[in-house]
Design a protein around this ligand. Sequence first.
Ligand SMILES: [Zn+2]
Length: 214
Amino acid sequence: MKIVKNKMTKNLEIVYGNNRYDLWDALQDITSGEYAESGYEVPKGKICVLFGNWNTGKTVKNILDACDIPYTEKREEALSKELEKKFELEWYDEWASCGNCDKYVRTNASSLNWTPSYVLTKCGITCRHCVKDYTDDILDEFINNPRKAWQLEESFLEDEGFTLLDEIYESKNVMPEQILKRLQDEYKDSDFVFCKHSTGMFNVQFKVFMKARN
Ligand SMILES: [Zn+2]
């Protein structure tokens, strides 16, 4: 069993014996896409990323079903190998797509030091590449909001005229609400954005960016 490109139609097909099946028709519970996640890239030679439930093998069985190829363990194994060779395979419940460009970002931490490559607002998920096109609107939800911390590059805030205050706060010592109130009392005509500095097992460090209101 092979996955090949049909030279005439340019479609990807599963070739089994003398029969050919359109791969995209067969991928019923699977979505395909590209990465917007920092540090991720589809390796050279692979077509794209497929997001599915790979645990039970059900996904591969469904593809065989959709092609009317009778199930055997050997055929399942052959198709699994083909999918692994041609695609990056990811878990559908650990990723979500950007509302703007449709590229995919992790929504589950992959390690303790992982930080999201997206911003979540009331409009949904915006990936780090698309944030710069909507920074104004997105920042509106973060400004003077002690319940939301900026987790993308700090350069986004600097580009919008915010400057970093010196102090680093520990979540175990002080509530962001208290810090915001203190800062607003001290700098009456300024706006503030909280920003995550680091995450430990039991503690989060954060800092604050400030911008004078016009
Ligand atoms: Zn995007």
